[in-house]
Design a protein around this ligand. Structure first.
Ligand code: HEC
Length: 146
C-alpha cells in the first residue's frame, strides 16, 4: 500500500511544481498589443457598440463595459471573460465571432479600461488566458494596501 502512494505523491508534486513554474501574469503586465486593441475597436463598433454604446458606457438595459465592469470581473482569470464574450455575445447572435476577433475585442476592452498594452497579443486559447489574472489594482498597490 505504502509503495503505491509514493508514485502518486511524486506525480502530484511534479504537477504542483509545474503549475508554480508557470509565471502568473496580471492584466497590469501588458496582456495585449496596441495593434490588436485597435483591430478590436473596429470589431467592437461593428458588433457590440450598438448595445453597449460607442463609448462602452452601456444603456439602461445594457451593462457598461467600463467603470463597474472592473470590480465585476476582478479576481477572475482572462479565460473567463474571453469565454463569456465568445459564447454569450453579441447577445442577438451569440458565438458568431471567431476566436481571433474575440481576442481582439477583449484586448480593446482591456485598453478602454486603462490596462497597459504590451508586446505580446492576448492569446486565443484558454491555457494561455488562464495565466493572466484580471486584477482591479496593480499587484504592487494591492500588496501595500493589505
Ligand atoms: C443586442 C445587444 C447586445 C450586443 C450586440 C452585445 N451585447 Fe453584451 N450584453 C448585452 C446585455 C443585455 C448584457 C447583460 C446580459 C446579462 O446580464 O445576462 C450584456 C453583457 C455583456 C458583458 C458582461 C458585462 C458585465 O460586466 O456584466 C460583456 C463583457 C459583454 N456583454 C460584451 C459584449 C461584447 C464584447 C459584444 C460584441 C461582441 C457584445 N457584448 C454585444 C447586450 C448586448
Amino acid at each position: 500500500m505504502r509503495y503505491r502512494i509514493v508514485p502518486a505523491l511524486m506525480i502530484f508534486m511534479a504537477m504542483a511544481l509545474g503549475a508554480q513554474a508557470q509565471p502568473r501574469q496580471s492584466v497590469w503586465d501588458g496582456a495585449y498589443t496596441e495593434e490588436q486593441a485597435s483591430r478590436g475597436q473596429t470589431f467592437y463598433q461593428q458588433s457590440c457598440g450598438r448595445c453597449h454604446g460607442a463609448n462602452l458606457a452601456g444603456t439602461f438595459e445594457t451593462p457598461p463595459l467600463i467603470g463597474r465592469f472592473i470590480p465585476y470581473w476582478a479576481g477572475t482569470t482572462m479565460d473567463v471573460m474571453f469565454d463569456y464574450v465568445s459564447t454569450s455575445m453579441p447577445l442577438d447572435r451569440p458565438g458568431s465571432l471567431g476566436p481571433t476577433a474575440n481576442a481582439a475585442i477583449v484586448a480593446y476592452l482591456l485598453k478602454a479600461n486603462g490596462f497597459p498594452a504590451g508586446t505580446k497579443e492576448f492569446g486565443t486559447t484558454a491555457d494561455v488566458q488562464k495565466t493572466i489574472s484580471f486584477d482591479a489594482a496593480p499587484p504592487k498597490t494591492k500588496k501595500r494596501a493589505r
